[in-house]
Ligand binder design. Sequence first.
Ligand SMILES: C[S@@+](CC[C@H](N)C(=O)[O-])C[C@H]1O[C@@H](n2cnc3c(N)ncnc32)[C@H](O)[C@@H]1O
Length: 274
Amino acid sequence: MAERDSQLAELIAAVQASARYRTIDAAVIERVGRESLQRYPSLKAAIKAAKTTLHQMIGAYADRALPYPQWLAELQSAPDKTTRQAVCHRLMAHHASTRERLPALDRLYPACFGGQPPQRVLDLGCGLNPLAIPWMELPPTTWYAAYDIDMALSGFIRAALPLLGVQGEANTCDLAAGPPPVAADVALVLKTIPLLEQQRRGAGADLLRAIQAPRLVVSFPTRSLGGRNVGMATTYRGYMDALAAAEGWSPHVIELPNELVFVIERHTPSRSRM
Ligand SMILES: C[S@@+](CC[C@H](N)C(=O)[O-])C[C@H]1O[C@@H](n2cnc3c(N)ncnc32)[C@H](O)[C@@H]1O
């Protein structure tokens, strides 16, 4: 046991020594480290496996070392909505998920939110998606809560939310262990379910069932990061069809060029914040 603990400490230190993973929530590194040590008896192999898993979780999507202080300064000096949208549009191009969605920003969020803008929004596995707030037509009283695993990203989003015209918070949270204990009118879970299912089979479905929001907006990529069509739309449609049938949900489906979006109305009252 003591040897396992010291191996885990060594693994965590080795992962955090890498600039790429230094800003990832320590609890996530510890969880991934424990799982790697269970699978690989050699510490060296476990460290390599932990880094590979973390790379799959975040590394493959975003440009390296994003200049958050500079981005905040750019947002701060944007004098009006048009300039703010231009800045956000440019910044979102630094993350593969938001980059692919840029041509659809104008029509996506009105379609997801229905006739009434939500008062409380959860954005789970947010990446840079909160930078799309200027396209969401949210009133300034909206509470926007964003979660991901990277502390630097969360800090940036936390500071950016008031500049984007809403109130809110951004924090780290390991969604493979469940949603944050926060209720909302709508939860955005964009392109994050496949990563959670990769981390633990069933983690994506468990998350969707546990979220405290009557409306879920859940999306899946339909092309690989390299842009290839490898049958992902069929796979994820099957995944959501099975889950929706089991849960009695009737999703409305929106097809974007690279993304399949399921809007699920659960008719369950959102519970107050715990
Ligand atoms: C494919 S990106 C999607 C980003 C954003 N939702 C979008 O669609 O633009 C997946 C995001 O999920 C985050 N993520 C991966 N595993 C996670 C976990 N266990 N808990 C919380 N976030 C996670 C990654 O850091 C990444 O930002």
